[in-house]
Design a protein around this ligand. Structure first.
Ligand code: GDP
Length: 473
């Protein structure tokens, strides 16, 4: 609000007044969404130009013809509770699966790697395990993962982070293959895990369901091959395809500054083919690809869909989750990079990207709002279940209330990331944000509502959905 008033050179109370006449009670420091900004500016005789939106539109992806599409390998993320064996599984696969004709395993960590099974089929793995990394990427707008392997240790229970991982995968619409790990342990009881999953309405094959799962030992490699075959089966159902014959597009997985070589960025090509010499724009960074290496440290000259490569030549380190594009016109790439950098620096005109409870009524009235995603955290199971029931009953024909994650415990950083990635609101019942969660929520503009009376929580939500929530200052 105050930035808009400065830019238009209109007193801030007049801008606040204009918002009020639109039915919005705002404060000076409030962020306005794109639409409100346009309407308010118009009232003072200004037209808003969204530079960011223009940039992104100019590099929007082309639509492929069906006949140009070819099958591509699935991209897989491994998630699960801490110490259940994510790293061990990724390490085992990395060390054991050596592409035919290659000597030695994968020596470098570049954030992603590709493997080829005996039958020639390939899988690309993201080598940063955990749902936090997965959802952080999604919060940045990158949807990279096709399939999630969720590891659950058979000598343990279904743990909080197992549940989180499941919610995060489901919220992203990514199919899950369960890896029931540590079956070499004498105390292992895979059935207990499967029973626990069944109680969460997740029926694995052995239990008559459709969700694939396999018992494995990541330590000894037992069942890992079969697990990967199931991943490929799942991939077949997804019918993953991409057009390899066009300039590459994809996502940055990680990047760092190497003293000798300059900025090294690992990227995952998702469509098209990337070649040495291509001019790349990745987030606000750009440059000509000077060299490319695969995860074995071999130089490669091109990389097609679902291939991770590390590239040299960018003028800085892009962030994980930044998208990259190839440009024929070097000047165009540079100019977009410059605009993005400027935008990042200014951060003044920003469209509100996440949802707040106050926003809901307005968006429903505008008719562009169909689903309300909620994350529910409470102090005890009873209150979480009671709230779930009540919230779900608030669904109407026009608007569906989805509880994308619910759990007992404080509001965590990963809850906030999930909310940001899924445009959800967090409802805390007798619990507060923990650690960094509050700071990240502010940064990501995620709305966290805390309640200690169930009735209040239900009423607020109901009011919001009816567009009657009184604003909180
Ligand atoms: P992460 O936190 O999920 O990445 O778990 P790690 O892969 O670091 O594994 C945690 C611990 O469990 C380590 O000490 C591993 O050696 C051990 N571990 C992992 N997988 C297995 C397994 O299949 N069998 C046994 N016995 N131990 C395992």
């Amino acid at each position: 609000v105050s930035d808009l008033s400065t830019m238009m050179d209109v007193p801030v109370n007049q801008v606040i007044g204009a918002c009020m006449s639109l039915g919005m009670m705002v404060t000076m420091n409030q962020r306005l969404d794109a639409e409100t900004m346009s309407i308010v500016a118009e009232e003072f005789g200004y037209e808003v130009e969204f530079v960011n939106a223009d940039i992104e539109e100019s590099i929007a992806e082309t639509v492929d013809n069906e006949e140009d599409l070819e099958p591509r390998a699935p991209i897989v993320t491994v998630m699960g509770h801490v110490d259940h064996g994510k790293t061990s599984l990724l390490d085992y696969i990395r060390e054991e699966n050596v592409i035919a004709g290659e000597s030695g395993g994968i020596t470098q960590h570049i954030g992603a790697y590709g493997v080829q099974l005996d039958n020639g089929q390939k899988i690309a793995f993201l080598d940063t395990p955990g749902h936090e990394a997965f959802t952080a990427m999604r919060a940045r707008g990158a949807q990279v993962t096709d399939i999630a392997i969720i590891v659950a240790a058979a000598d343990d229970d279904i743990m909080p982070q197992t549940k989180e991982a499941i919610s995060h995968a489901q919220a992203a619409g990514v199919p899950i293959v369960f890896a029931i790990n540590k079956i070499d342990k004498p105390t292992a009881n895979p059935d207990k895990i499967k029973e626990g999953l069944a109680q969460m309405n997740l029926l694995v094959e052995d239990w008559g369901g459709k969700i694939q799962s396999h018992d494995i030992s990541a330590k000894f490699g037992t069942g890992v091959k079969e697990l990967l075959e199931k991943v490929l089966l799942e991939a077949e159902l997804l019918d993953l395809k991409a057009n390899p014959d066009k300039p590459a597009t994809g996502t940055v997985v990680e990047a760092y500054l190497d003293k000798g070589r300059g900025y090294v960025s690992t990227i995952l090509v998702q469509a098209g083919t990337l070649r040495v010499g291509d001019y790349v724009l990745a987030g606000p960074r750009h440059g000509k690809v000077k060299a490319m290496q695969d995860e074995r440290g071999n130089d490669v000259t091109e990389a097609g869909p679902s291939t991770p490569v590390s590239i040299l030549g960018l003028d800085g380190a892009p962030q994980a989750g930044d998208k990259f594009n190839v440009f024929e016109d070097e000047r165009e790439a540079k100019s977009i990079a410059a605009k993005r950098t400027q935008l990042q620096r200014e951060q003044s005109v920003r469209t509100q990207k996440t949802l707040s409870l106050d926003e809901i009524g307005r968006r429903i009235a505008l008719g562009d709002f169909k689903e309300l995603n909620l994350i529910l955290k409470g102090d005890v199971d009873g209150s979480v279940e009671a709230l779930t029931d009540s919230f779900q009953k608030l669904s109407t024909e026009e608007i569906q209330v989805n509880i994308i994650h619910k759990a007992v415990g404080a509001i965590t950083e990963s809850d906030v990331l999930l909310a940001s990635a899924s445009d959800a609101i967090i409802i805390g019942f007798n619990v507060r944000p923990q650690g960094n969660a509050k700071a990240i929520a502010e940064q990501e503009e995620v709305d966290i509502r805390s309640y200690s009376i169930i009735y209040d929580a239900i009423n607020d939500l109901k009011d919001a959905m009816e567009g009657m929530l009184s604003p909180v200052f």
